[in-house]
Design a binder for this molecule. Structure first.
Ligand SMILES: Cc1cc2nc3c(=O)[nH]c(=O)nc-3n(C[C@H](O)[C@H](O)[C@H](O)COP(=O)(O)OP(=O)(O)OC[C@H]3O[C@@H](n4cnc5c(N)ncnc54)[C@H](O)[C@@H]3O)c2cc1C
Length: 402
């Protein structure tokens, strides 16, 4: 049986991204459940807008007071270990936080390319710090400085187009094919848009980067591409918290779970978002998956608390929305199982669909917060030295929730 002496069940959510926030808000609606969310910063990062942060068309952050309900206690700190035997989360800065159930939602960040020179010379957009550094570097570079974007998945395509639309000279190094996750027919409008923006696209077997240097990249076929700034977008890597805590992971470090998102090692640990994996039901690391997995993780815990068996997760995908600069975009439709089909919307309408999708996602968090109450971090037990920043207005607080 779970619960402290008051009968309250303590749930700790580690990670305040799309998965963690949606899980926390859902859990906090339930009487008798106390929710603590641990996140390294007092702001929610809208990762799906980080390529916009680079060019300044969005700041990609929201105050947690906007997206997290009053029923959730926010602790601004980093989890360094999950002590499953003692049921507590060890923090970098503060006292360990005990739990009855834990949501593992630490997300993902930039992958280590494992290519000589990349760690030293390449930038990335996968997390806030990387995107901010890239923006600062570009601001210092002359406008004529050539930029190389490595990787032609969604993040690479969006980043290349965003930069080119602001007048940057961009070369996109695809590795093999432009838009590997897209249907062959849908790659065409993407390629046309990039061509109109003046992006040089390098595709084919030889277009694999083998080295990054201060002055550009070297390709597998021996070609050298000159560039003042290189942005590496290929692949995401998850934090090693689960493995470091002795929990079983897949080879990429994602927490291994069953079809109810429950850790294969511990019935009290449930994953949400990029940092977990259901080997029987693989899913693409995405915001689209994370906002479904967060509430599903919460439901698994709530059912266990109620003494019921949790239900297997069911996910539905609609497609992939790409912004190709601010003025155009491409929406790639898919079957509910995420397999892409030949249907797409491109041009201005495609850009509109992408913007609506971003706003809809944020709205989902905001309405979840409303249902769970307002003004995160106001509960007794919040540490004032850190939580006093929680409700500090940010530039993005000023704009409508959309
Ligand atoms: C530029 C860009 C554009 C994208 N566009 C799209 C898109 O259009 N559609 C789409 O579906 N996906 C998109 N994605 C992918 C999407 O952003 C991620 O898949 C999604 O953010 C995953 O959500 P999450 O909640 O699992 O993790 P995250 O959003 O990564 O959140 C994880 C949180 O956990 C915190 N954390 C990490 N370690 C710890 C720790 N030890 N202790 C405490 N907290 C910790 C992190 O700081 C972070 O706040 C895009 C990604 C990028 C970079």
């Amino acid at each position: 049986m779970s619960g402290n002496r008051n009968g309250t069940v303590e749930v700790v959510v580690v990670g305040g991204g799309y998965g963690g926030v949606t899980a926390a808000n859902r859990l906090a609606r339930r009487d008798g459940v106390s929710v603590t969310l641990v996140n390294p910063r007092a702001e929610f990062v809208e990762r799906i807008r980080l390529h916009q942060l680079v060019t300044g068309s969005d700041d990609a952050v929201q105050g947690f007071g906007h997206v997290l309900g009053a029923g959730v206690r926010l602790v601004v700190d980093t989890a360094t270990r999950i002590d499953a035997a003692e049921r507590r989360v060890v923090l970098a800065g503060g006292d360990p936080v005990p739990y009855d159930y834990l949501v593992y939602a630490v997300g993902s960040g930039a992958a280590d390319p494992g290519v000589p020179g990349a760690a030293e010379f390449a930038h990335w957009v996968s997390d806030l710090e990387g995107a901010e550094r890239l923006r600062a570097t570009l601001e210092e570079a002359p406008e004529s400085a050539a930029v190389i974007v490595v990787g032609a998945g969604p993040t690479g395509l969006e980043t290349a187009a965003e930069l080119a639309e602001t007048g940057r000279k961009v070369t996109l190094v695809c590795g093999a094919v432009l838009g590997p996750s897209l249907h062959a027919r849908v790659r065409r409008p993407v390629a046309r848009r990039l061509a109109r923006l003046g992006v040089t696209v390098l595709e084919g077997a030889g277009a694999q980067v083998t080295e990054v240097t201060a002055g550009g990249v070297r390709l597998g076929d021996g070609r050298e591409v000159a560039g003042a700034v290189t942005v590496w977008t290929a692949g995401f890597r998850v934090p090693d918290l689960a493995a470091h805590s002795g929990l079983r992971t897949d080879s990429a470090g994602r927490l291994l779970t069953d079809a109810t998102l429950t850790s294969v090692d511990d019935v009290r640990i449930v994953a949400a978002g990029d940092a977990g994996v259901m080997p029987e039901h693989p899913f693409r690391m995405s915001c689209q998956a994370a906002v479904q997995l967060g509430p599903a993780a919460a439901d698994t815990i709530l059912r266990r608390i109620a003494g019921k068996s949790p239900a297997p997760v069911r996910m539905f995908f609609a497609g992939q929305c790409l912004s190709l600069g601010r003025k155009e975009g491409v929406t790639q439709f898919s079957y509910p199982n995420d397999k892409v089909n030949a249907l797409s919307i491109s041009g201005r309408t495609g850009a509109g669909v992408k913007e609506v999708a971003c706003r809809f996602t944020l709205n989902k968090l905001v309405s979840g917060a409303r249902k769970a109450g307002r003004n995160a971090g106001q509960q007794a037990g919040s540490r004032p030295d850190r939580d006093d920043t929680t409700d500090r207005p940010t530039p993005s607080d000023a704009r409508p929730a959309a």
